[in-house]
Design a protein around this ligand. Structure first.
Ligand code: FAD
Ligand code: EGO
Length: 476
């Protein structure tokens, strides 16, 4: 448990709406700076619930999220209950499994249980004397001029005053909607064609993991993508991503089994036919939304964080990580302006929105790339080329996934860098091709005994032009 020597005695009271992953982290970080924090969550206290409904069971935690957890001294506690995945394991249609490490030995992502993580974050927040958690409080309206919040609590409504408001209420944010009514908030959302279904791969008959546990398992099949992340109870949570139309086309048990035999034959036994049929037809098909908005700070009193500010499609496994990084960057802003919350919000929102937009775009781009031309062989090939280039040019070329998951390079710089890297590779390949042609020309001249002037005057000219062109294209 964290020591709380930093807790000061500031009068300012702030409201955090949403007690999900981001809201509960934000409450602790604000409490650490001495603010009086009231956190409002529409659901009941998940720590006292038997069953929690909702999206994804486990999540991949990477460096950005870990850095934020470190700040409230919760990283170790969380990692203790998480399973490291130090490589990807690619499953081909024939059942072949190929392993590719993420990098050096400490470069791994972690499979964490969403519910456990949320519970740990709530317990951590609650342990601050200056935090009050309010469950069963659903925000229905916010008056941003009067700075009042209206909640529906079970059957009643209640209204509270607040100095400052953090909207951490997820992709369908009510705070964001209120901000849009108040002022000029631009908003853009997009549902993608793919939905997702979560399935459980139970432990095998020996009670062990049905697949090696320390990997992120990926079945890349163009339009159909499947992944599996390990759980501490020796099971895996498998997520199948595919177009809604394909989900709808699978109506009977026979359809389902035929589909799995055709596309994921190696996983059928491990999922178990009865279990698969049961879960596939009982678990809901999730929808995936991508949200961008601007600005994230409005009315001098409201800031959006996490999915409320930028819901992203899960094809980089970055939604929570990006949301946690929002909180960390806000915290760093607070530190740099002496805990003046309005100045911190101004500073935070001046630049950070670009990174939020960038991760939304990167995630959508990866969705397009993976479904349009990635099967298991191409996936392995891309990753192999990435690895080779990184080996040859360790400081110049960093694979995109590495920058996203294993560094804190701001996402918008990741986009710029990756574009530059791609360009270098492309131009090098093109120039390499031209150089080969010229060399071939040389050999032919040699053989045909062409005029010396060709070899000594024209050739250097051609080589010079090629190199000049290479340089020119590289600089602009
Ligand atoms: P949420 O988790 O949605 O929490 C919002 C909270 O606000 C909820 O508790 C809700 O009850 C509450 N709330 C909503 N409205 C109100 C209201 N009006 N009043 C009061 N409370 C309210 N991210 C990763 O980093 N790695 C992954 O591997 C990963 N995998 C994913 C897989 C899938 C299939 C999906 C869908 C997402 C995945 N994500 C992943 C993204 C991650 O789930 C989200 O980015 C993360 O949950 C965002 O946290 P949040 O607190 O902003 O929002
Ligand atoms: C060619 C090959 C182009 C989430 C590979 C791009 C994402 C992308 C959904 C994986 C790992 C955590 C994830 C890699 C790429 C989680 C992830 C990756 C998926 C799907 C996921 C990787 C939950 C992009 N990380 N990743 O390199 O291992 O590569 F496959 Cl569908």
């Amino acid at each position: 448990m964290a020591t709380r020597e930093e807790v000061g005695d500031r009068k300012q009271s702030v409201a955090v709406v949403g007690g999900g992953l981001v809201g509960s982290l934000q409450a602790s970080l604000l409490a650490k700076r001495g603010f009086r924090v009231d956190l409002y969550e529409s659901r009941a206290d998940i720590r006292r619930m038997e069953h929690v409904s909702g999206k994804s069971i486990n999540l991949a935690l990477s460096v950005r999220g870990r850095e934020a957890l470190k700040t409230i001294r919760l990283e170790k506690t969380v990692l203790d209950k998480a399973i490291p995945m130090h490589s990807r394991m690619i499953h081909s249609l024939s059942g072949k499994m190929s392993v590719q490490p993420y990098g050096n030995k400490d470069q791994c992502i972690y499979s964490v249980d969403r519910r456990k993580l949320n519970e740990q974050l709530l317990t951590e927040a609650e342990a601050y004397p200056n935090v009050t958690l309010h469950f069963n409080h659903k925000l229905v309206r916010a008056n941003l001029d009067e700075k009042t919040l209206e909640f529906s609590t079970n059957d009643e409504t209640s209204t509270v005053d607040t100095d400052f408001l953090f909207g951490c209420d997820g992709a369908y944010s009510t705070v964001r909607r209120q901000m849009m009514r108040w002022g000029r908030l631009n908003y853009e959302q997009e549902y993608i064609e793919h939905g997702y279904k979560e399935l459980t791969m139970p432990p095998n008959t020996n009670g062990d993991f049905a697949l090696p546990p320390n990997h992120l398992h990926i079945w890349p099949r163009h339009e159909f993508m499947m992944i599996a992340l390990p759980n501490t109870d020796q099971s895996f949570t498998v997520t199948l991503f595919m177009p809604f139309s394909t989900f709808e086309a699978i109506e009977t048990e026979e359809d389902l089994l035929a589909f799995f035999v055709k596309h994921f034959p190696d996983s059928l036994d491990k999922l178990g036919v009865e279990n698969l049929v049961n879960e596939f037809f009982h678990n809901p098909t999730g929808r995936l939304i991508s949200v961008k908005c601007y600005p994230h700070f409005l009315a001098g009193s409201s800031v959006l964080l996490g999915d409320a500010a930028h819901a992203v499609v899960p094809f980089y496994g970055q939604g929570m990580n990006a949301g946690f990084e929002d909180c960390l960057i806000f915290y760093e802003s607070l530190l740099s302006v002496g805990d003046d919350i309005i100045k911190a919000a101004e500073k935070y929102s001046r630049t950070h929105w670009r990174d939020c937009h960038a991760i939304a775009e990167l995630s959508k781009y990866n969705y397009l790339e993976m479904r349009s031309h990635v099967n298991s062989r191409l996936f392995l090939l891309f990753k192999y080329i990435d690895k080779l280039l990184h080996y040859l040019l360790p400081n110049v070329y960093i694979p995109l996934y590495t920058m996203v998951a294993f560094t804190r390079i701001p996402y918008h710089q990741v986009v710029l860098r990756s574009a530059r890297q791609r360009k270098i590779v492309k131009i090098t390949l093109q120039t390499g091709g031209v150089v080969l042609l010229v060399a071939l020309g040389c050999v032919l001249f040699e053989r045909s005994g062409a005029y010396l002037s060709l070899r000594y005057r024209i050739l250097p000219c051609v080589v010079g032009c090629v190199l000049k062109d290479f340089h020119k294209r590289l600089v602009d």
